[in-house]
Design a protein around this ligand. Sequence first.
Ligand code: TEU
Ligand code: CA
Length: 564
Amino acid sequence: MSQARATSHRPTAWWKEVVIYQVYPRSFNDSNGDGVGDLNGITAKLNYLKQLGIDVVWLSPHFDSPNADNGYDIRDYRQVLAEFGTMADFDQMLEAMRAHGIDLIVDLVVNHTSDEHAWFAESRRSRDNPHRDYYIWRDGSPDGSPPNNYPSFFGGSAWELDPTTGQYYLHYFDVKQPDLNWENPKVRAEVFDLMRFWLDKGVAGFRMDVIPFISKQPGLPDLTPDQLAHPEFVYSNGPRVHQYLQDLHHEILRSYNAMSVGEAFGVTMEQAPLFTDARRGELSMIFQFDVVRLDRQNWRKTDWTLPALKAAYARIDQAAGLHGWATSYLCNHDNPRAVSHFGDDSPAWRERSAKALATLLLTQRATPFLYQGDELGMTNYPFRSVEDYDDVEVHGQWRELVETGRVPAAEYLDHVRQTSRDNARTPMQWDSGPHGGFTTGRPWLAVNPNCVEINAAAQLEDPDSVFHHHRRLIALRRKTPALVHGAYEDIDPKHLQVFAYTRALADEQYLVVLNLGARPLQYALPSGISIERAVLDNGSGDGVAAGATLLRLAPWQATIYKLE
Ligand code: TEU
Ligand code: CA
């Protein structure tokens, strides 16, 4: 019986010691040639994931949805999206994962539903419908404009006037994603119920979409001009978010020993422990945005410096503290590709820099989340025109900014080519055949033409590939408790090109040295650090004698040393 899957027999904090791999099902593997990835496609690739060595799959939404935002708009929480397969396919996939020793976490999207969800269909019918209070309805301002000045992340107002009842409903994201009203205890009970449904099937936990947004500001006052630039800091600060999460922990998560990772957009480092301090009983960990948004002003690409990146890592580690736990990620389905973002995706340095980033990702005091394709060093896509994009966010911003003349088209396109979420959403590159082996049909989103060089089949054959480097790092992490739990110390926070940190657990000490640039350099170790040997590097190190104090670092060299 599937409940045997329950994780309650395990050590309480089992999720600290795993490596998690994110699957974006639409783009992972298409098993039936309709151009859309599906659950049977995932099942068919479990040997590949096993070979990589990951422990847990995080599956982006697989629920029934009209796909206004690729499944982050759920129509039925208890159905599988028809394009992805059936519930029988899901059960079979879960069973096969179990056989491979892989756990599954699913995406809990409960700040909002689809406007096609049965609750919303009811809610919008009349002001006295029993489901009216499942969502957030308000009268317009006296002049007929929206109730307040809240913006939607996907362009325009966060309010939509619904003609049937003459009131506005709130949507932080697309108009097809109305926000649920968590003040209503019936809504909370529904969410608990649907969580039980998936946990009883045997999933090991949840990634929780924009979870800090569930509690709204009392009275919904207008944002100030400063707040308008970053509404997420207001949206994530409702007064009841911690009460809701504590209820959810005590009523559901705890009894299943389920893991939870909250997407904490708008949560500052100071607030992070409120979510993750185990003594409070809320979430296992959160995704912070300090690293992936280091060089972003909304859709604009800005510059980043290594000291700023290192400061973000130090803050994340500090926020986790002794009683919390952190996540490590460089990419997901909302971000550009890791190697294009923080590495160098030119042919000369792509592989080596992708391996250096893998070293960074997998040696933090945090649970690593590896996004599909990053284990191959997949790159951003060469987008040209707005038609090349699928993303609702790009099209919304295009209408709001470019079509109104506020931002020149060329300027918008230049930035969004580097920042668009679609960079991570192009299909997996399995082999050098048509459409990278992702589908035998026409892919829903174009495959990157560089699949001819960058693909899984070629990398599986090549022991020096980016894939095998990830595999070695994962294996090393698994057998080295100091790399999981050891104290983190940045030994040189100001250096402009070298990221060097130690991980220490009792008398076991490691030093990670990353040359995050194409310039070779000599690096003098601070006193008190004594190298015993190199444990793993990305194929660029020239070997180092025990006790060396001066390291000659090759371009993009990344080496893990054991210290004496
Ligand atoms: O993302 C929410 C989020 O805060 C941003 O990263 C968002 O993608 C946007 O770029 C802000 O400008 C989550 C999901 O990860 C995302 O895919 C969904 O579109 C969104 O929530 C709505 O469910
Ligand atoms: Ca398919």
